[in-house]
Design a protein around this ligand. Structure first.
Ligand SMILES: Nc1ncnc2c1ncn2[C@@H]1O[C@H](COP(=O)(O)OP(=O)(O)OP(=O)(O)O)[C@@H](O)[C@H]1O
Length: 460
């Protein structure tokens, strides 16, 4: 084919492409379009040629068009001399939105003068529909797997929680999960992320109780080199690491007041500033927070900022303690034992009626986590057959008047009494007390501080 023939047949060649093609002048006016583009958008050639490319209302273009710039859009800036590609949405003639993959390059003459840009557009509507279908199917599979996203429970209270989790996942507002230790706050946070549009992004967890005040800010906001002694290089914080996903601020009630001010600013401006720097970095992060403290009470005591409380408590989810949903125990015990049977070689067939009665009358200060560790303990002690009372840990068979300890016996503060009892049984060994309660050693420390429990008082 000669050059002349190529020029002659070029329009036909361009029209055989399955991708849309558009040529745009440096002032943003459309110079030429191919047939595929007309098919994709529903426009006629005369609707487009000679008009501004703003007709497509492309969401990527609104982001790169700057009123201060001399050029029509950043694409024509000298610094952006390469091929650019992005996923974006354009508007069709009937007003509907079309998801596309757009590739763009600037055309220059031999003197470097910009002649215009060429853009190819791939229709992603089918792919997007398939992705949505896959997401929906995987949600259904998770729902059918075990309970709701791995959370077991059929009580009215838990059904309300599942419902709220779905609603929270569909929104991008901050979520505050409150509930006693071991009620499943961590599971709820993971479920919200897994069901949200940010599911493909990272899930970054920060335990606010585990970080010392001095480390806190650089850990979650990052720092620049030289910000403090030992800051040898620039380091991004957890917020930046969570960009495009979710950040889970666990034990939020333990966040230092100085950091609370900074967090409030992040929520309001959607930008973070690394320690030692004043440049805001834009972050698109879903915020999920949890605490086992009564945040409203901390606000009243001036230990938690009221403005932050209102800003973060947009979608409150309260997880009820296990003693208030005892009807969930048989289902929970069954699911936990199914998991344990799968991971051990023992032929344990179930729990005796007496054990179930005991479970139903116990106060479960450590909630589901304690139920889980009680059954794990029983799986270690029992050989085969049914789990009976003799296989249960001490705190459950602490018999009073022929019956396991009643719920009423633990009021008004079951968590404090359970802590004292566990420390007594463990003779002051905090790790062992943590195992008895089914909580972490840090939680034992926190509770000792919270309830002002000292080892001398407990053991003597
Ligand atoms: N509804 C539930 N169904 C099944 N397992 C559960 C449920 N709730 C909690 N669990 C299990 O109980 C344990 C404790 O749950 P989780 O860590 O989510 O509690 P938490 O409220 O975050 O506790 P903490 O405040 O101490 O961090 C985990 O092993 C979790 O899988």
């Amino acid at each position: 084919m000669t050059d002349d023939q190529l020029t002659k047949y070029w329009p036909l060649i361009v029209d055989t492409m399955s991708e849309g093609l558009v040529l745009i002048r440096p002032d943003g006016v459309i110079r030429m379009v191919n047939q595929a583009l007309l098919n994709m958008t529903g426009y006629e050639k005369e609707d487009l040629v000679g008009r501004s490319c703003q007709v497509f209302n492309c969401d990527a273009c609104t982001r790169v068009r700057t009123p201060a710039s001399r050029n029509w859009c950043l694409l024509f800036d000298r610094a952006h001399n390469k091929m650019e590609s992005t996923r974006c949405d354009i508007q069709c003639k009937d007003g509907s939105w079309l998801p596309i993959w757009k590739k763009a390059a600037v055309l220059r003459d031999e003197n470097g003068i910009v002649l215009g840009s060429v853009e190819t557009l791939t229709d992603l509507s089918q792919l997007t529909a398939q992705e949505r279908k896959i997401r929906e199917l995987s949600r259904q599979i998770n729902r059918n797997k075990k309970g709701f996203q791995g959370m077991v429970g059929e009580s009215a209270a838990m059904r309300r929680v599942f419902n709220l989790v779905e609603k929270a996942a569909a929104s991008s507002a901050p979520v505050l999960i409150q509930g006693e230790s071991g009620t499943g706050k961590d599971l709820v946070a993971h479920s919200i992320h897994a069901l949200s549009d940010n599911q493909k992004g990272p899930f970054v967890q920060v335990n606010c109780a585990a970080l010392s005040e001095s480390l806190f800010e650089s850990e979650i906001f990052g720092h620049v080199k030289g910000a403090f002694t030992g800051a040898y290089r620039h380091r991004p914080g957890r917020f930046e690491a969570a960009h495009g996903g979710s950040i889970f601020l666990d034990e939020l009630g333990d966040m230092p007041l100085t950091t609370q001010v900074k967090l409030l600013r992040v929520l309001e401006t959607k930008t973070v500033e690394r320690v030692g720097d004043h440049h805001g970095i834009l972050v698109d992060v879903r915020i999920i927070a949890a605490t086992n403290r009564d945040l409203a009470a901390l606000v009243a005591e001036n230990r938690f900022r009221e403005d932050l409380f209102f800003r973060i408590n947009v979608i409150p989810i309260h997880l009820p303690p296990l003693r208030d949903r005892l009807e969930d125990i048989p289902l929970l015990a069954g699911a936990i034992m199914e998991d344990l049977a799968g991971s051990t070689q023992k032929n344990i067939t179930g729990i005796s009626p007496e054990v179930l009665r005991c479970f139903m009358s116990y106060s479960w200060p450590g909630n589901v986590r304690e139920l889980k560790s009680a059954l794990e303990f029983a799986f270690v002690v029992a050989e085969s057959g049914q789990i009976t009372m003799e296989h249960l840990p001490n705190q459950l068979v602490n018999i009073k008047d022929g019956l396991p300890r009643k719920r009423a016996g633990l009021k008004p503060n079951p968590e404090k009494e359970a802590l004292i009892e566990a420390l007594r049984q463990a003779q002051g060994n905090k790790s062992q007390a943590a195992r008895i309660l089914g909580v972490s050693r840090a939680t034992v420390f926190n509770r000792m501080r919270k309830y002002d429990v000292s080892l001398e008082k407990v053991i003597n």
